[in-house]
Design a protein around this ligand. Structure first.
Ligand code: SF4
Length: 273
């Protein structure tokens, strides 16, 4: 995978979150805040200075974020967190305005999606990709039936941090564009068993769905031995396993047609022009 890192942008309109399930136990938002002695508690959700980043402009009036970027959205919170309900409509407006970029967010609160959608959502904005995060069988069985019912143009499943073997077969319909698996990071991370990763890979192959082994996590069990993987090697070690299936160059599925072949892809007029 020859990544072009320049095509990715982080946009964190708010920061902070509250823990809702087993996968949240060692949440990196809390760990990072602690590491940097953040002055505000991690469970207090607050707007960031970058709230308007997608529509910020330079002196020459061009957007600071160029066209055709993948904008990773709300990675230091949960985009569907209830404490952000009063701010989200503004975000939808910016997302609609920047129809020349892909917005990709992950959530553990997919049960809130329907009540969080803008009135003009229809069958989904074509430039929004949503990843439903599941860490074990219970969360898969709870969240994925809801996820499959929702009108979303681009859907992925993120098994992260994977905490057990998971049977995704009932949920691997053709509308799932990618399944990714990650282990847990941090000094107290729970072990990622390579057999769990391989099992999900097999399920994806059976259903011809793209599979990505995103990262190993800090403690990686393979062939009866647990390896301690340094943070800086967790992505590359997963990639070295060479078990991805139907994965192209990018951190978004190839099915999302990126880069855009021409302007006809764009779902709406750029309201700024
Ligand atoms: S939902 Fe995500 S961001 Fe929020 S506490 Fe859980 S892991 Fe952290």
């Amino acid at each position: 995978m020859a990544e072009d890192w320049d095509m990715y942008v982080d946009w964190n309109p708010w920061h902070g979150c509250t823990k809702i399930s087993a996968g949240c136990l060692h949440c990196y938002v809390f760990r990072q805040d602690e590491m940097y002695s953040a002055p505000t508690r991690s469970d207090i959700i607050r707007k960031t200075a970058n709230f308007n980043l997608p529509v910020k402009r330079r002196r020459d009036k061009t957007y600071k974020i160029a066209s055709h970027k993948v904008i990773f959205t709300c990675f230091t919170s949960d985009f569907l967190h209830p404490d952000a309900d009063s701010w989200r409509q503004e975000c939808w407006d910016m997302i609609r305005q920047r129809s020349d970029c892909i917005f990709y967010f992950f959530t553990k609160r997919i049960d809130r999606m329907a009540e969080c959608l803008p009135s003009d959502w229809g069958n989904g904005y074509p430039n929004v990709m949503v990843g439903c995060t599941v860490e074990n069988q219970a969360m898969a069985d709870l969240r994925l039936p809801i996820f499959l019912q929702l009108p979303i143009c681009h859907k992925s499943i993120m098994a992260a941090p994977i905490l057990s073997d998971i049977n995704l077969r009932p949920y691997l319909s053709s509308e799932i564009e990618e399944v990714a698996v990650s282990g847990e990071s941090g000094v107290n991370a729970r072990v990622c068993d390579y057999n769990w990763v391989l099992n999900i890979r097999q399920q994806c192959i059976e259903n011809d769905i793209a599979f990505r082994f995103h990262q190993t996590g800090a403690f990686f069990l393979k062939d009866g031995r647990t390896y301690r993987i340094h943070r800086k090697h967790q992505l590359s070690q997963a990639h070295k396993a060479n078990i991805d299936y139907k994965i192209g160059r990018y951190f978004v599925p190839e099915t999302i047609k990126f880069p855009w072949p021409d302007d006809t892809y764009h779902p709406g007029k750029d309201l700024s022009e």
